[in-house]
Design a binder for this molecule. Structure first.
Ligand code: ATP
Length: 421
């Protein structure tokens, strides 16, 4: 097999590396594409990312003799399309004919979960005799190599539809009812097309890139069926990708809270140590802890109704938090409520005859019922019924991260599942 990878060709002002991959799928078709182009999402905390930190790869059923020609096609496409004028665009192209070894798979998983240096990608590519092209500082080789080598032990698909170039600057034309009808007809085999609770279409970006929409789902067939149900502006081209989106592949299991490092993503278990507070802007913060230490957790304003769940936590609740750590704060993607702390409050005792609450009989005099003349010595403690059900909760589709696994994708539930739609 001949593997080709590209990354870092776009800027915030336009382009999208997925578009370049779709163009390359067409230009390289005669070299016999194997499977679908690979759309690989990497560590969402990488500061250099333009949007979703994606790298792309194609697998060709071609021998080393095709390398020169494929290379020329790739480089010409990057020169033609990449937004080189943007300081933050540093394309990388990698070509490889050989076996994807365990060492290469381990590297790719580190690009999804960790922070990697350009020099490391370069050294590995050199060791395996890969052809590497760096444009400007060539940071893109990190993702280009990762997209080639990642083992898709779990995967989903995305169909991306691209706009006619003459429409790039114009608002996107999508017939809303057709989008809602498509979602209703294909959910849960497709997901995150719309956010029903928050009443927004989420499968179409608002950024100035060529993407019209992206339908995410379980199989290429369902995506094509879903696309046929949509009424939209003209589509220049569509491409189905195989992807690690919706897999939670970025999450590390840290043994204890103190092990969690900034710029990585985790599943962390602990008890709530500080009750949730809502700060300016509607962001909700609380703290969890274990024997090793404590960590702040956040549900930012864009997570909308998910914050209502978070606000119900109280100190002592046992939870697992899923999300990325930045500035020593876990940015929640999912929350598992494992066990609820018992919550009590003190109230005046009730009269055994009329069941009304008694009144104070004066300082140090206990409590009494004026009507029935009954007495009680002191306040009583009663259990407060919690308005929170244990189980797994997720942010709504409007706040979903590419890599976060949708609860509806969990095939073997271990607790009560609370999918957000
Ligand atoms: P888009 O989503 O529109 O394709 P993007 O968000 O993928 O854009 P890029 O322009 O590709 O962003 O920039 C991300 C850069 O960070 C790339 O150069 C990529 O090689 C690099 N990178 C990706 N993951 C890591 C990582 N784990 N460690 C270090 N660098 C990384």
């Amino acid at each position: 097999m001949l593997y080709v990878g590209i990354d870092d060709t776009d800027s915030k002002l336009g382009m999208c590396t997925t578009y370049l991959a779709a163009v390359l799928a067409e230009r390289l078709a005669r070299f016999k594409l194997v499977g679908y182009p690979r759309l690989i999402r990497f560590n969402p905390n990488i500061k250099y990312k333009t949007r979703g930190n994606a790298g792309l790869a194609l697998v060709l059923n071609a021998g080393p003799e095709a390398m020169d020609e494929v290379e020329q096609i790739m480089l010409a496409a990057v020169r033609e399309q990449a937004r080189m004028e943007d300081e933050n665009t540093n394309p990388g192209v990698v070509l490889y004919h050989g076996e994807i070894t365990q060492e290469l798979k381990d590297y790719a998983l580190r690009v999804v979960r960790d922070v990697v240096e350009i020099s490391e990608a370069e050294a590995l590519a050199e060791k395996y005799g890969m052809r590497v092209h760096k444009f400007k500082i060539g940071r893109g080789i990190i993702g280009a190599l990762g997209a080639i080598c990642l083992d898709l032990y779990d995967h989903t698909y995305e169909l991306l539809a691209y706009r006619m170039p003459e429409n790039y600057e114009k608002p996107r034309q999508l017939d809303r009812p057709s989008v809602y009808a498509m979602d209703a007809a294909t959910y849960p085999d497709t997901w995150d097309n719309v956010d029903l609770h928050n009443k927004v279409i989420v499968f179409s970006p608002h950024t100035p890139d060529p993407v019209l929409y992206g339908i995410r789902g379980n199989s290429p067939e369902i995506l094509s069926k879903a696309q046929r149900m949509l009424t939209t502006e003209p589509v220049e081209r569509s491409q189905i990708f195989i992807t690690n989106q919706g897999t939670d592949m970025h999450l590390l299991q840290a043994a204890q809270i103190a092990d969690a490092k900034d710029d990585r993503s985790y599943i962390l278990r602990g008890n709530v140590t500080q009750a949730p507070v809502t700060k300016e802007g509607g962001h909700v913060f609380f703290e969890i802890g274990d024997a090793s230490g404590s960590l702040k957790c956040s549900a930012f304003e864009p997570t909308k109704n998910f914050r209502d769940i978070v606000r119900k936590l109280v100190p002592g609740d046992e939870v697992k938090v899923y999300g990325s750590v930045k500035d020593r704060t876990v940015n929640l993607e999912k929350l598992e409520v494992i066990a609820l702390a018992s919550l009590t409050r003190t109230v005046s005792p009730t009269c055994p005859q009329c069941s009304r609450h008694m009144e104070s009989a004066g300082a140090g005099q206990g409590y009494r019922c004026r009507k029935c003349k009954t007495k009680a010595p002191s306040l009583i403690t009663e259990e407060v019924k919690r308005d929170l059900e244990p189980g797994l909760y997720e942010v709504p589709p409007t706040a979903r991260r590419h890599l976060a696994k949708q609860i509806i994708r969990i095939t073997e539930p271990w607790c009560v599942m609370h999918p957000s739609r």
